[in-house]
Write a protein that binds this ligand. Structure first.
Ligand SMILES: [Zn+2]
Length: 311
């Protein structure tokens, strides 16, 4: 039997959160789109003989070249797709992309899906990522809407736990729901490189997409989980920012763990997002990390979203 009451409560919660955030943080979607735009040329950093970070519009993709065809982890946004694919094709031993990973559903990662799907590439994602790409999504905190992708652009190979492309490419789900509920990592053990998408923030405060399942507790859990895949020499490639190390993951784990504890205590005292922002729960990190207000607000809202009974 469908529990109508619970369903309704969840919708009301989302509506309330959306309304509050919309007033406080309303940024017109077109401004965001302009800020995130680009279409500029891509830059490339070589990590190994056959492994390259390709960056366009401030967003990283990771390309592995080789005789078996090119493997690409994330494909940039629709605006940067052409630059990414051009840069990838020009790599030594580059060529057509045979396999594309989507680390999560966001447009900054899935902008090459349609082009590569039409070209017959295998598109691998967690099943939750595929599901988000089959539906329209509107973020309540800024009203930005993302249209579902056409069938050819949707992931055509999904998984739930782990998988292996060949002996040198392993991938797995990050079930903590750090950034979304479909986050995956791709591990290249031979090159000792780990691609982590936005489950780890390489630049500034984490973006907490609680609307599609991410939450502050998941950020902490994901950082702990990913440490088990890394050693002191592992290069960790996030979706934004420079290549990170295990030391960086440990520092982030400590920081977000501290903040998670503080926000949880405020939640338990019945405080709300505005009070959480006012309490400055990140103050000793702000000089290094920047203005925390949007992060704190959404991290707090993510506790509500995650801890509500039918979340
Ligand atoms: Zn993202």
């Amino acid at each position: 039997m469908v529990d109508q009451g619970r369903h309704t409560r969840r919708q009301l919660l989302k509506a309330a959160l959306g309304g509050a955030a919309g007033i406080a943080l309303g940024v017109p979607a077109r401004l965001l789109a302009a800020a995130q735009g680009g279409g500029a040329a891509a830059s490339t950093v070589q990590l190994a003989e056959d492994l390259f970070v390709v960056t366009a519009g401030g967003v990283n993709a990771l390309a592995r070249t080789g005789a078996g065809g090119l493997v690409l982890v994330d494909g940039g946004s629709a605006a940067t797709s052409a630059a990414i694919l051009k840069a990838v094709a020009a790599l030594p031993n580059g060529g057509p992309v045979r396999t594309l990973f989507n680390t999560h559903w966001h447009p900054e990662q899935t902008g090459s899906n349609e082009t590569l799907g039409q070209a017959g590439a295998q598109i691998i994602a967690h099943e939750n990522t595929r599901l988000w790409l089959t539906t329209d999504v509107t973020w309540p905190w800024n009203g930005q809407t993302f249209k579902r992708l056409p069938k050819v652009a949707q992931p055509n190979k999904t998984f739930y736990t782990t998988g292996k492309l060949d002996s040198d490419v392993r991938y797995g789900y990050i079930p903590d729901a750090a950034h979304t509920d479909g986050d995956l990592y791709v591990h290249f053990p031979k090159q000792n490189v780990l691609a982590v998408g936005d489950a780890v923030s390489g630049q500034g405060w984490a973006s907490v997409d609680w609307w599609t399942g991410g939450w502050i507790g998941g950020i902490v859990g994901g950082l702990q989980r990913l440490q088990t895949l890394a050693d002191a020499n592992t290069r960790i490639v996030p979706a934004h920012g420079p290549v990170l190390s295990l030391t960086d993951l440990k520092a982030q784990y400590e920081m977000y763990g501290t903040i998670y504890d503080r926000l949880s205590q405020m939640l338990n005292k019945g405080r709300g997002p505005t009070e959480a922002v006012a309490a400055a729960p990140t103050k000793e990190f702000d000089a290094q990390m920047g203005n925390p207000d949007e992060f704190v607000r959404r991290a707090f809202e993510s506790l509500w979203a995650y801890l509500s009974p039918d979340a």
